[in-house]
Design a protein around this ligand. Structure first.
Ligand code: SF4
Length: 479
């Protein structure tokens, strides 16, 4: 999978198709409502949630302001602990580094811990081109991989699938990737989990190379931290002889003590749990293990340069904004055409790729229509901002990006004309009088590109007399 799913039309086209899928809407509604309820309950338990949220925001902002310094500190600490640090400016460089590291081991199979950074750069596909098969070990990622599908949620990538669909995927596809599913597999959660467990266990025990991401990196100690719920991450991190971690440069925290804040914010905001089930930390290379850290930029320093947009780099990928978003709940994650769906995807993807120029992520397509349409994939209701544990003002960034997005010529001309009219009261008064005379000829539906606007909105009636003229005539008297 590449940074943006290739060939995807702009968001409105994807959304229109998605809302017609009633099964998808049912699955999404059920899942997001459940997670929303759990999150609200555990967040409500903490009287100091507001202070925690402010602390998370402040730590992230401080880190981003001093990112250059902390990254060098991290590199030094990881190297001191026996690891090797590689710097990747973009997806192609990161993929090349990882592929060469795997090839150096002589292995052709690797296991993976769930990692959004590696999905962002299309690592599995890049490895496949060089004859290396990557096996996903997170249950939901396994379902997505076996189903030849795309993830549609940050935390629950297979949220669009229900139990019976998962059973069919396991029965049809598991054997192609390793141990087959039992013939009599039912759609009971316990049976599905057991089939996945047995399938994955073989993979863990036979793999010599693992690839992970990380939720956090600690600059002062060189420690990486992975939070997960199934224990698959711990198997990947400890069993193989070579561990390669691909991590975005914004995942940094200055001090070990900073984890205290995020280990409270993240589980409550993501899975609705008080404490994360499996939290693995490692510093450099363990005995008998080789450790490589690939630090990924891939557009992040461009995001950092934008004073409004840079707050998106505070994101800890909890997915709370997805679960409260009325747009996401109706259209699902695939409509966003990116590994980062929902409100955070609507502000992060266009910034990482850039909306007004051909980027490596646009793969020669020129300006990405999909990326440019994402800032409009929102009702601006503000629920995402309220839910975000690091207080990212997503609506503010959406409006900021809308202003930066390429606009059609007709819209630019209309805005220029409006600016000229509103610039002088006398021009506005004349235009209002002129409009009042022509009011009977105003169509109910605009022609050309404006039709998309009036398909879902009524053009307001133009009054026969403007407020100014009425005031001049009556001096405000209603008698
Ligand atoms: S933007 Fe905020 S709520 Fe959304 S995934 Fe990131 S941290 Fe979570």
């Amino acid at each position: 999978m590449s940074g943006t799913f290739l060939g995807m039309p702009a968001f409105p086209g994807n959304a229109a198709a998605a809302v017609r899928d009633s099964q998808l809407r049912f699955n999404l509604h059920k899942a997001t409502r459940t997670i929303r309820g759990k999150r609200a309950a555990v967040v409500g338990e903490l009287p100091d949630w507001g202070e925690l949220r402010a602390a998370g925001k402040e730590i992230k902002d401080h880190t981003l302001r001093n990112l250059d310094r902390y990254l060098l500190q991290l590199e030094e600490a990881v190297t001191r602990a026996g690891g090797r640090v590689h710097w990747a400016a973009d997806a192609a460089e990161a993929n090349r580094i990882v592929a060469e590291l795997v090839e150096a081991t002589g292995e052709t199979k690797v296991v993976k811990v769930k990692s959004m950074a590696t999905q962002e750069i299309g690592l599995n596909e890049a490895l496949a081109e060089r004859g290396v098969t990557a096996y996903e070990t997170d249950l939901a990622e396994l379902i997505v991989q076996l189903g030849d599908d795309w993830p549609s949620h940050i935390l629950v990538p297979a949220i669009h699938r229900n139990r019976s669909e998962i059973r069919e995927i396991f029965r049809e596809k598991m054997a192609e990737w390793g141990r087959a599913a039992p013939e009599d597999l039912t759609d009971e959660p316990r049976a599905l989990a057991e089939a996945a467990r047995l399938h994955l266990r073989e993979r863990f025990l036979s793999s010599k190379v693992a690839i992970s991401g990380a939720n956090f990196m600690i600059a002062e100690t060189g420690t990486l931290v992975v939070l997960e719920s199934e224990g698959n991450g711990r198997m990947c991190l400890t069993l193989p002889e070579t561990l390669i971690s691909v991590v975005g440069i914004e995942k940094l925290l200055p001090r070990w003590q900073d984890l205290e804040v995020f280990l409270q914010l993240l589980p409550r905001s993501s899975t609705g749990e008080r404490m994360n089930p499996y939290t693995s930390t490692w510093t450099g290379a363990a005995e008998g293990q080789e450790f490589h850290l690939v630090l990924l930029d891939n557009g992040r320093t461009d995001v950092l340069a934008d004073e409004v947009g840079r707050q998106a780099l505070r994101c800890i990928r909890c997915s709370a904004c997805l679960n409260v978003c009325p747009v996401y709940e109706r259209v699902g994650g695939h409509a966003y055409g990116s590994v980062y769906p929902g409100p955070i995807g609507a502000i992060l993807t266009p910034q990482l790729h850039g909306m007004t120029r051909a980027t490596p992520a646009s793969h020669g397509r020129g300006i990405s229509e999909l990326d440019a349409s994402l800032p409009y994939a929102s009702s601006l209701c503000g629920a995402c901002f309220e839910a975000c544990p690091v207080a990212i003002d997503i609506p503010e960034v959406l409006v900021h990006l809308r202003a930066k997005a390429p606009h059609p010529r007709s819209e630019r001309l209309a805005m220029r004309a409006a600016g000229w009219i509103f610039d002088r009261p006398v021009r506005l008064a004349r235009t209002q009088r002129f409009g009042g005379r022509l009011r009977r000829f105003v169509p109910g539906r605009l022609p050309g590109p404006g039709a998309a606007w009036t398909d879902t909105r009524d053009i307001p009636d133009i009054p026969a007399e403007s407020f100014r003229d009425w005031w001049d005539r009556t001096e405000g008297s209603t008698r």
